[in-house]
Design a protein around this ligand. Structure first.
Ligand SMILES: *Cc1c(COP(=O)(O)O)cnc(C)c1O
Length: 397
């Protein structure tokens, strides 16, 4: 996920347009902006690149997750089913709405297990949110069927998987709503930024209004616009959008480079019989942001990650022991350590976290190593890395 690797001439030019006019806000100031509407242009580029009817830019990916749920009617007291392997942002974004994140097991796709989802459904369940961790997806057809059967919203957190596809659709555009992040370490970046994606015209209208204090954006006099609903300020600035505009035009090139580097590493590791790879559901294609593989057991995975460090193989993660992405180390969630009081309903709704175990997920995450794929590697560097990885694994078995 190499947004940070590639700030160049194209980004500089787009930002310069904004600096030249001095109009840093996406709405209004029509006479002064030299025709530059970077946020609007980026939304249009996202729509055509990802083949989705509506892309709504927001300030960041966490805001995008909150907004995507809000526009689909998820709010106070509703339960949202999410995988226990995710970024903490997915959890926080649900909490911000006064809703209750219900963490469930993952399977060998490293995201939501449809069986675990089914078991977690209660009368309060409003949405299912797969998180396409490390560039690949859950069995979305199976999740969609569950959503249809129980009348639930399918919300995709595609923050880590822009450019990946499932059955010909870009990740984030398959469900009722989807969210993307353009933070500094994602595949394409705005510095900070995010987007809500939807093909539902009603949700699209909600997204436009919700992200800008409920403004209806009819006409060109902001003071005269009406406010059909209450919203928030999740507006992206023109400066951030300008960076993203240059980046989105390079998305397909970035994915191609990721795929090339990923393939070299994967082919090298495939020669080791004990190494297996994450399952990509039928009809899915990863964004190749990460290479994820399994070792035979937890001990070996720990040895391998230590050996990678010793050999200078950077940007590889063993999430089982990492504080950021897996429930095992998330005491602040289990203890509901918020700075703001949460409702009794949310407190009760989260009490399951104190005692719930995630044995199936431990089984996969404990054995998993996840390696970031960079754009800037030369072919020789990728080959050298592959050689070191193979060595480290063979020595650890
Ligand atoms: C990065 C990320 C987010 C949040 O995005 P920000 O832009 O950093 O707020 C949400 N979910 C997942 C899975 C992420 O990786």
């Amino acid at each position: 996920m190499p947004g940070f690797e590639s700030f160049g001439e194209a980004e500089r030019k787009e930002v310069q347009d904004v600096l030249d006019s001095g109009i840093l806000m996406r709405y209004g100031f029509d006479a002064m902006r030299n025709g530059h509407y970077k946020a609007k242009s980026l939304e249009e580029e996202l729509q055509s690149t990802l083949q989705v009817k509506h892309a709504q830019l927001v300030t960041n990916g966490t805001a995008a997750v909150s907004a995507s749920l809000a526009i689909a009617g998820v709010g106070a007291g509703d339960e949202v089913i999410v995988p226990c392997f995710t970024f903490v942002a997915s959890f926080e974004a649900i909490m911000m709405l006064g809703a209750i994140p219900v963490l469930v097991d993952i399977d060998d796709t490293l995201t939501l297990s449809p069986e675990a989802v089914k078991k977690a459904i209660t009368p309060k369940t409003k949405a299912i949110m797969p998180v396409h961790m490390c560039g690949s997806m859950a069995n979305l057809d199976a999740l969609k069927k569950i959503c249809n059967d129980y009348n639930l919203v399918l919300a995709e957190d595609a923050c880590q998987a822009v450019g990946g596809t499932y059955k010909g659709k870009y990740l984030g555009t398959y469900g009722d709503v989807g969210s993307l992040s353009f933070d500094f370490v994602k595949t394409i970046t705005c510095g900070e930024g995010g987007a809500v994606l939807t093909n539902n015209p009603e949700f699209a209208k909600h997204a436009d209004q919700f992200s800008d204090h409920g403004h209806d954006h009819v006409g060109n006099d902001r003071g005269a616009e009406s406010h059909p609903v209450l919203g928030y300020n999740f507006r992206i600035s023109e400066l951030n959008a300008a960076v993203g505009l240059a980046q989105v035009r390079r998305l397909k090139d970035f994915i191609a480079i990721q795929k090339k580097n990923y393939t070299i590493l994967r082919e090298a590791l495939s020669e080791i019989e004990e190494v297996t790879f994450r399952t990509v559901p039928e009809g899915g294609e990863e964004s190749y942001a990460f290479l994820n593989f399994f070792l035979p057991n937890l001990d070996t995975a720990r040895k391998v990650i230590a050996s990678f460090k010793e050999k200078g193989v950077d940007a590889c993660f063993h999430y089982y022991d990492n504080n950021w992405h897996y429930v095992r180390k998330w005491d602040h969630l289990k203890d509901i350590k918020t700075l703001y009081p949460v409702s009794k309903e949310v407190k009760e709704g989260l009490s399951y976290l104190k005692h719930k175990t995630f044995d199936q997920s431990d089984h996969f995450i404990g054995r998993n190593i996840s390696c970031l794929i960079k754009l800037s590697w030369t072919e020789a560097e990728v080959k050298e890395r592959a050689k070191l990885m193979v060595q480290a694994i063979k020595e650890s078995l």
